[in-house]
Every structure is written in C-alpha cells, then in structure tokens.
Design a protein around this ligand. Structure first.
Ligand code: SF4
Ligand code: SF4
Ligand code: SF4
Length: 316
C-alpha cells in the first residue's frame, strides 16, 4: 500500500493535478508518525503507512490553499465529507487517497501490557487479528483487540466511503464494541454525584492548552467562544468549572460532525478521557436523529436542518 501511495502521490504532483500532498512520514520518536505536507515530489518517498498513522489529516484542509491530495483513513474521510457539507472544503479541490484501515495500535496499551517503555521495545508488527511485540529479543503475541485504540474497536467504516483512489482492498477490522464502550459504561453506571466528582477531578488537571481543539477537524470556528471577551464565557485562568464548561461546549459544537477519530483524547497532554464525552455525544446523535457524521456530502449538516415532525416544541 505504501508503494502504491508513493506512486499515486508522485504522479498527482507531476501531472499538476494537485499543489500539495498531505500524508504521514516517520516521526522522531519510536513507533510514531508525523504529518508531511509537501509540494516537492522528492519528498514523496518519505510517505509511510503503518499502524501508527494516528493524525486526522483533514484538519489541515482548512489551512492549506490550492488543490490537495490527502491520505485518509475511514474516519478521516468522513471528516472530509463533513467539512464539504459545511462548505469549508470544496470537493473538486481534494483528491482523497483512501486507506482501508485495519485499526491503529495504541502504544500506551502495549507499554502497559508488557510493562516496558517504548524505547525498550524492539519491534511491533501486525498480522491479521494478532500483534507481535518483540521485547528483549523475545516475540510476544497478543490479540489485536487488546492493543487497538478504543475508537478503532467500534469503528463501523474503516474503509473510506468517499475517495478518489483506494489504495488497497476494503479492510475487515477486528472489533470489540463492548471493550470500546467500557469506560463510557462505567461512567453511566455511576450515581450522578460520583460521576460529577469524576469529571471534577479530571478537569482539575486540564491546563487549557487547547490541543484537543487544535487537532479536531470539526472545531473550525475562526474565533473560538473561549477567546471572546465581551461577553467572557469562560475565565482564561484554568479552573475546573471553566475547563469543564469549555469542553462541554466544544463537544456540543462538534455534535453531528465528530467522527470518533479519537484525536482529541490522544492529543490531551494530561490524559483526560475525552472520548467518553465525544463518543457518548456521537451515539446520542445517532439515536436521536438517526444521523452519522460525514456519510453524505450532499446532506445538510445536522444542526442546520430541521423537520417539522421533530419533537421540539421550543423551535416549533
Ligand atoms: S476509527 Fe476506524 S478508520 Fe479511524 S483509525 Fe480507527 S479503525 Fe481506522
Ligand atoms: S487537550 Fe486536555 S489539557 Fe489541553 S485543553 Fe484539552 S482537555 Fe484541557
Ligand atoms: S471531537 Fe475528537 S473524536 Fe470527534 S472529530 Fe474532533 S478530534 Fe475527532
């Protein structure tokens, strides 16, 4: 798939069909990748596809001008469609290089599983529903469900639904929906007071770095409400109540756009389990409106459409 990607990306640049390619290259740390944005065909051999391509690259589409060839997994392609629905991206300006995605490996789960730091790990390889980890020269095999990200474990559309070039055969993903929902279920089972205390503790650790907002393709307001001074919706000093207010408002703002790509939780430097909020919102949107984000580029964005039959007396 990597060779095919490099071939397609190079010919798109050579034929002048795109001005830029957005993909992944090897990161500076072991088992990481980093976004590569280039217009130079000599950079193309740096493009990689591996189980660590975590970023949702569609976040760059509102920044990079011109025609763009972009590497997209299933969840990323839905974010691109969502941006098209919101008129943030023109379909004709994007060439989607679709990756049928087998799920991404969560390095933190591996570090916990083998009680080793990433630098002590020799190699990590994926083969079907197994992951083989080399530690101290010894190979250890684990079911993929134990080391994939929670969002990947319940992914319904690992193969991009919208693409121009599909770089491989549609993927079959190993899922474990129960495991994927376990943190949310734990929270749902708590009495309200205990759940409130849990989130108080979590958001007391928030340093308001806004990494969760910056990595999110669905967070595209030019001026975020947290930066307003008249009225000032939240204090600039990170206090837990304001931190919680920021996050709850952010999640309501991305309702109907969030594709459960998991980037906000991955980006959080203090490890707040944000997916327990974003995934819950995604599920509620599906349950209430029978709507999944980024499935139909012709459809009106969820929050701008209203049907008379909807049970909402206030709007009526
Ligand atoms: S959520 Fe789905 S498409 Fe996205 S990285 Fe995980 S398995 Fe791949
Ligand atoms: S990334 Fe984490 S620490 Fe930073 S603002 Fe978001 S929730 Fe707070
Ligand atoms: S809210 Fe989080 S999971 Fe949802 S689209 Fe944004 S970054 Fe991805």
């Amino acid at each position: 798939m990597e060779q095919r990607l490099r071939h397609e990306a190079k010919s798109l640049l050579e034929q002048g069909k795109v001005d830029y390619i957005i993909g992944f290259e090897q990161g500076s740390l072991k088992f990481t990748t980093t976004p590569l944005i280039t217009r130079d065909k000599d950079d193309i051999d740096r493009l990689v596809i591996n189980p660590f391509i975590v970023n949702n690259l569609s976040v760059f589409l509102t920044e990079v001008k011109g025609r763009v060839g972009i590497v997209a997994k299933g969840c990323d392609s839905r974010s691109i469609v969502s941006l098209i629905q919101d008129n943030k991206v023109a379909r004709e300006n994007v060439v989607i290089l679709g990756i049928p995605c087998p799920g991404l490996i969560d390095l933190k789960k591996i570090e916990q599983l083998v009680s080793k730091d990433r630098d002590e790990l020799g190699d990590i390889t994926r083969g079907g529903d197994k992951v083989v980890i080399t530690v101290g020269g010894e190979k250890k095999e684990f079911p993929a469900t134990e080391v994939l990200f929670d969002d990947c474990l319940s992914c319904e559309y690992p193969t991009p639904q919208e693409y121009d070039i599909l770089l491989g055969e549609p993927s079959s993903l190993v899922c474990d929906k129960e495991l994927s929902q376990s943190k949310i279920k734990q929270l749902e089972d708590m009495p309200p007071e205990q759940r409130w205390e849990f989130w108080e503790q979590q958001f007391s650790r928030c340093i308001r770095c806004y990494a969760c907002r910056q990595v999110c393709p669905a967070c595209f307001c030019q001026r975020c409400f947290v930066e307003e001074s008249e009225p000032q919706w939240v204090s600039l000093v990170p206090q837990w109540q304001d931190n919680l207010m920021f996050q709850v408002t952010r999640i309501i703002h991305v309702a109907g756009r969030c594709t459960d790509c998991g980037e906000c939780e991955r980006a959080c430097p203090v490890g707040i389990p944000l997916r327990s909020l974003t995934k819950k919102m995604e599920d509620l949107i599906d349950e209430l409106f029978n709507y999944k984000a980024g499935m139909d580029k012709e459809a009106a964005p969820l929050m701008t459409a209203y049907e008379y039959e909807e049970a909402e007396d206030l709007i009526r």
